[in-house]
Design a protein around this ligand. Structure first.
Ligand code: ATP
Ligand code: MG
Length: 469
């Protein structure tokens, strides 16, 4: 690492600023620490095959940047002058994807190497045929971007200076088009070109700036930071499905808490969870912020310990308090059973939430299960405790209950007792469970419900004691 820093510093004494020229600084192998040993064999295979097919090919973006920073790259992106069809001609394991950006995916078992063709400039005033491959919205947003160009044009089209570094497996050089190495040393996230134009072209770059700042422990440079608050509302134009992808990158990569805080600092969080943001801004709400923070910390911890996580849990945590508010509001205006109030509030909250983040159905289902289980876990009489215990999402629902109890339990002995009861229930031998159920003192709030019709007794089912999450 020391060597790496020394070498990088020596080779990059140019002053750090967003570039205007497209002349790259070329570092030879002895001037940089990017070694093939640190790359995936699949990425190297793709680079070699493209080169031997007569094309230029480079490793670009996170793969080069992270190696320079001493971080293990998450994935390897490759860029070439071969067109997607030409790439397909070279690889049997290749599929072409994307409309907005047409790309090739080369599949090696579970690893996918993404190969893009150099992007060029798009000047819609110049050529009518360009509109077929490139399209911009009235706000300046790029809707389609399939004009191919040269490596230096490609570099100018990349988002941040630290992401415009290209490694060649032909001669092992690193090409730095935008003073990216100087910015790596200065720990600066800096947009290439005019920040406002670049955010207008793609507002997601605002989210990417935050993500890289927390992931790489860097600062967003002052000119890149400046327009974010004013332009944040452009995120409203991003399709909910893309916002979901960005949500995953921000909240499911081990830096959720840091990203949450920074998104709030730049007033961007509301574009993910408008309802949560509203409740956060109410001074009377004291539990929500510690609750979300705790949920995010748990998620980060689990990810950093390589434990399983589901985004459904975070969605449930985000929406729990807005859901309670909505239930309260409904109860003030209509006489509904607790169940009806719960389900109408849930459907109102979900349809509002879906306008910001397109949560796929499978996660919606699990999220609802977790929320519904909060009620089920509070009703332990008769066979209900066993039923809740057998629920396929019991484990997630129980973890959620623990989280609630950690935050609210101090002021709610009932909730603390409930969480402890379920903790004990799981480790109690089956024969003493019945005793536990009988000894519960039911408060009026947990037992008050509309009378139920008597059902025919069912055959007794075995209690599932395995973890179901
Ligand atoms: P990581 O994979 O660690 O999240 P990355 O920099 O590799 O980081 P990717 O999303 O994999 O990010 O994108 C690969 C490269 O493509 C980036 O480094 C950047 O050069 C370019 N890129 C990605 N998204 C954009 C964008 N919205 N605007 C401009 N360039 C982009
Ligand atoms: Mg990448």
């Amino acid at each position: 690492m020391n060597l790496c820093k020394r070498v990088l510093k020596k080779s990059t004494s140019r002053k750090s600023k967003a570039p205007t020229s497209t002349e790259p600084t070329v570092l030879t192998r002895d001037q940089h620490p990017v070694s093939r040993k640190l790359m995936s064999n699949s990425a190297l295979k793709v680079l070699y095959r493209l080169n031997s097919g007569g094309y230029d090919a480079y490793l670009v973006g996170g793969g080069v940047r992270d190696i320079l920073l001493g971080v293990t790259p998450k994935d390897f992106d490759i860029v070439t002058n071969a067109t997607p069809e030409e790439i397909k001609g070279l690889f049997r394991n290749c599929r072409l994807i994307g409309r907005r950006f047409r790309l090739a995916h080369i599949v090696f078992g579970r690893e996918i190497i993404e190969v893009a063709t150099f992007r060029g400039h798009h000047d819609s005033t110049k050529d009518d045929s360009a509109s077929k491959v490139s399209k911009q919205s009235d706000e300046g947003m790029l809707l389609r971007d399939n004009i191919y160009g040269s490596i230096d044009e490609d570099a100018e089209r990349r988002d941040f200076t630290i992401n415009a570094l290209y490694y060649s497996a032909k001669d092992f050089t690193v090409h730095d088009f935008a003073n990216g190495i100087a910015d790596i040393n200065a720990k600066q996230i800096r947009l290439i070109g005019d920040p406002e134009t670049r955010y207008r072209e793609d507002p997601v770059r605002m989210l990417r700036a935050i993500r890289f700042a927390t992931k790489l422990d860097m600062e967003i440079s002052s000119e890149t930071k400046a327009p974010i608050k004013e332009l944040g509302s452009l995120l409203e134009n991003i399709p909910p499905a893309r916002m979901f992808e960005e949500f995953l990158k921000l909240f499911m990569s081990g830096k959720a808490e840091a990203n949450f805080n920074m998104l709030r600092e730049y007033s961007l969080f509301k574009h993910f969870f408008p309802l949560v943001d509203q409740v956060l801004n109410q001074e009377t709400e004291v539990y929500l912020l510690p609750f979300i923070t705790k949920a995010l910390q748990n998620t980060d911890e689990r990810i950093n310990n390589e434990q399983r996580v589901t985004p459904a849990f975070l969605f449930a945590a985000m929406l729990w308090y807005p859901l309670q508010e909505q239930i309260k509001a409904l109860n003030e205006t209509a006489h509904l059973t607790p169940q009806d109030a719960f389900f109408s509030a849930m459907s109102e909250i979900m349809s509002e939430q879906q306008r910001s983040i397109g949560i796929p159905k499978r996660f919606q289902g699990v999220m609802k299960d977790i929320l519904i289980l909060q009620d089920k876990l509070s009703r332990r009489e008769g066979k209900r405790a066993y039923k809740a215990f057998e629920h396929p999402k019991f484990r997630a629902g129980y973890d959620f209950l623990l989280l609630r109890s950690e935050i609210e339990g101090v002021n709610s002995p009932e909730l603390a007792e409930l969480a402890k009861w379920w903790t004990d229930f799981q480790v109690t031998p089956p024969e003493t469970r019945e005793q536990m159920i009988k000894s519960v003192v039911y408060s009026r709030s947990t037992t008050k419900r509309s009378p139920r019709k008597k059902r025919k007794p069912k055959a007794k089912t075995a209690v599932n004691t395995t973890e179901s999450e």
